[in-house]
Design a protein around this ligand. Sequence first.
Ligand SMILES: C[S@@+](CC[C@H](N)C(=O)[O-])C[C@H]1O[C@@H](n2cnc3c(N)ncnc32)[C@H](O)[C@@H]1O
Length: 261
Amino acid sequence: MGDATYIHGTAAPEQARLAELNRLTNPDFLAFLDLQPGMQILEVGSGLGILACEVADSAQGGSVVALERSPEQIAAARAHPAVRYLEGDAHQLPFADDRFDLVYCRYLLEHVGDALQVAREMRRVCRPGGRVAMMENDISLVRFDPPCPAFAAVWSAFARYQWRLGGDAFIGRRLYRLLKEAGFEQVELSQQSELHWSGSPNFVAWVDNLAGNLDSARTGLIESGLCTADQLAHAADELAHLAARSDATAGFAWNRAMATK
Ligand SMILES: C[S@@+](CC[C@H](N)C(=O)[O-])C[C@H]1O[C@@H](n2cnc3c(N)ncnc32)[C@H](O)[C@@H]1O
């Protein structure tokens, strides 16, 4: 089965960006998971394991299996006595049917070649009555005031590049259909919002995170011919100016779904 190439790569600055994104988004996501003591949990596409470790802390007495395709990410992942890292592919989960109480993924589906197959696998390894949770990207939801047209142009090139690599930068809007097609009858949607403004605690961190997304894909974006080094530099300047303003706003919403088997 062909899979998509991971657009961000695993270089040190990208791993630092992912760690910072965890800091920004983990508290709300943990509340969304509604973790209970003793749960048997699977994270699919666990990256640096930062979230998996916090999940293990919240599900006291439980355990988390953190499945990840990249050995580089596993090598850099955080250790935790209740988290077991396993190298593997989300399309073919190496577990028996009905094994986990909770199966979740976050920031994964945009990177996979066949999101429906991944959703089916997540459902298969979830026990009857258990839950499958997702929080995924739809990059069209990024908003700034004042607008950042140079950023918008390369952001759209980023989405086209992700298509070429086999992924889908807009997958977040498809979660409901995906889970229905995977066989779930009970699916609830929600959003986790990012709303930051000049002077709010995470405004600069959020804008930096968006700039870091572009940096992580810089070589591929240029080599693919989808944008030029000048366009990327212009977009980065625009974001730096936005971050330095005293009257700017940045908004976004993560798409979440919770399905019960
Ligand atoms: C953006 S990171 C998210 C990590 C983590 N879920 C989090 O929320 O911090 C996405 C991870 O998915 C992994 N990944 C991509 N395709 C995969 C696949 N087919 N199977 C397993 N992991 C995959 C990447 O290597 C990367 O570490």
